[in-house]
Design a protein around this ligand. Structure first.
Ligand SMILES: NC(=O)C1=CN([C@@H]2O[C@H](COP(=O)(O)OP(=O)(O)OC[C@H]3O[C@@H](n4cnc5c(N)ncnc54)[C@H](O)[C@@H]3O)[C@@H](O)[C@H]2O)[C@@H](O)CC1
Ligand SMILES: [K+]
Length: 498
């Protein structure tokens, strides 16, 4: 598991650790780790041209000390000083090691042909020490110009602690931010490194241990790795039966959206469910069985559909392609009245917006799996764009307001549960942005719920496998939701191999 802590927590932990260590010891640890990351990114250190972008805080100090270590190993190191101040001891160390510093004019624009722009263009490696956890908002003035120059340069960019300009606690990017190839982060991960758009600016994140672990409380955000998912995933045991492995009820699809039912059932079957019990109209049930003969169907009578809902299931998936009419609302209410865990997706999430108490007052576990548009409907005065820009914040708010677990789908899938650290899925990919992939996810997560995982853990495992399956299914061309289903067994096998 990778753990991320909010800025306030990092500062407190660093303060406590610093009080017990000699002056400057933490910065030396950070700088040594950073220099090691830089040395691995460069084909060779000796003779390389390294350009440091230096702001006025300790983030610049880390970069200056790391630069001094690289200079001692024979790199030609230039520091571009852009802040109103500079970390003096770091600068002295760089100079003593043979590095040079150039003052960048404080004007907003850095003209082409200026010394700074030529240094950046000719670099073999660019180190972003503009701002770290002390940053606020998008980059301003010459900081922004340097970030843009670094983005246009050929050289790889290593960010110090985090890419300057991303919001550390949320991953929001409001204005200009550095785009890094590698981020060397100190002491603990920061939430913005795991959540887009911040995550996309961070590149590969390398953790540098500065001995902070003992000072840190419970994480704000967790990012599961293959081994965590493997450990959580229910496995069939010798005494397993189809009932013990889980019976999943599915109220999905409609005459208009038959494919949603077929895809959701496929996601469930390949997720390892013991049995799928599909409930729906005859035409849909026929399609489901044609594609998946192992599904047991309950054909619902249009005159009295609630009477036909199967009993004895140990989790439900409701909503994809089901519609938002009165019958769908009555069905949702009836399923939420059971004591089984229920996953609500798509139309069921939309219906919930008008009836929040259905979930709020529920004793049994409930999991919502909206995309940004659906989540926006659950929160008054919130637009889908706002949800996309600050995913973690909005998923957390919805989980608290509806007192349930929320998996927010999208560019980074995040999972929130009141009183627990949020989780960010690391496998997401834009390959998943096609019709029907959400239906597959609902079935997959439903199968894990029916297998006995709690909603938060089922959501974490489902999101991870869903993204991994997309990556495995991809062989250069586009993929569809059906390909994801086919790739799920390989994704589960790959967990063990990783
Ligand atoms: N506190 C500690 O114990 C340690 C801190 N370390 C480093 O110190 C960093 C934090 O240092 P600081 O607290 O000095 O703060 P930063 O170096 O992150 O930046 C603060 C400075 O940047 C300016 N600034 C903020 N937002 C800006 C924006 N959007 N555009 C332009 N300028 C902006 C501020 O005016 C301020 O002068 C960490 O990220 C890490 O790199 C490490 O050395 C490890 C130890
Ligand atoms: K930085």
């Amino acid at each position: 598991m990778r753990y991320a802590h909010a800025v306030e927590t990092v500062r407190k932990a660093e303060g406590e650790l610093m009080a017990r260590l000699p002056d400057g010891a933490l910065m030396q640890r950070a700088a040594t780790g950073l220099a090691g990351v830089c040395a691995r990114v460069l084909p060779r250190v000796y003779g390389s041209r390294v350009v440091l972008l230096i702001g006025s805080g300790d983030n610049g100090g880390d970069a200056l000390y790391a630069g001094s270590q690289l200079a001692r190993r024979g790199a030609a190191v230039r520091a571009l000083l852009v802040g109103s101040r500079v970390h003096e001891a770091g600068l002295a160390a760089l100079r003593a090691a043979g590095g040079r510093a150039v003052d960048v004019p404080r004007s907003a624009e850095i003209p082409a042909g200026s010394a700074a722009s030529m240094e950046v263009a000719a670099a073999d490696l660019i180190v972003d020490g503009l701002v770290g956890i002390g940053g606020s908002g998008g980059l301003r003035g010459p900081h922004a110009s340097l970030a843009i120059l670094a983005g246009a340069a050929e050289a790889p960019v290593v960010a110090v602690d985090l890419p300057s300009g991303i919001d550390v606690d949320t991953g929001a990017v409001e204005g200009t931010a550095v785009r890094a190839d590698v981020t060397a982060t100190f002491g603990t991960h920061k939430p913005g490194l795991f959540v887009n758009p911040g995550a996309a600016h961070a590149g590969v994140v390398e953790f540098v241990d500065i001995g902070l672990a003992g000072e840190l409380p419970t994480a704000r955000l967790e990012c599961p790795q293959a081994g965590d998912i493997d450990a959580l995933l229910p496995r069939p045991e010798p005494e397993s039966t189809k009932y013990r492995r889980g019976v999943l009820g599915m109220a999905v699809g409609s005459d208009r959206f038959r494919g949603a039912a077929v895809l959701a059932a496929g996601g469930a079957l390949r997720g390892g469910v013991g049995m799928v019990r599909y409930a729906g109209r005859e035409a849909v049930a026929t399609e489901v069985v044609r594609r998946w003969p192992e599904v047991v169907v309950s054909v619902l009578d249009p005159g009295d559909p609630l009477a036909g809902l199967p009993e004895g299931v140990n989790a439900w998936v409701v909503g994809p392609g089901r519609g938002v009419d009165g019958a769908a609302a009555a069905e949702l209410e009836s399923i939420l009245a059971t004591s089984a865990p229920v996953l609500l997706d798509a139309d069921a999430v939309t219906l919930l917006g008008q009836r929040p108490r259905l979930v709020r007052d529920r004793a049994a576990p409930t999991l919502l799996t909206p995309h940004a548009g659906e989540l926006a409907r659950l929160l008054p005065d919130t637009s889908p764009r706002e949800v996309e820009a600050r995913r973690l914040e909005h998923a957390t708010r919805a989980a608290e307001e509806y007192r349930c677990v929320v998996l927010l789908k999208g560019s980074t899938t995040v999972i929130a549960e009141p009183g627990r650290p949020a989780a960010a899925d690391p496998t997401g990919t834009s390959l998943l942005a096609t019709a029907g992939t959400g239906d597959v996810l609902s079935g997959l997560v439903g199968s894990l719920l029916s297998g006995g995982l709690a909603p938060r853990e089922a959501a974490m495992c489902g999101a991870y496998l869903h993204g991994l399956a997309a990556r495995l299914a991809h062989d250069g061309g586009p993929i569809g939701a059906s390909d994801l289903i086919d790739a799920l067994p390989a994704a589960i096998r790959a967990l063990r191999a990783e």
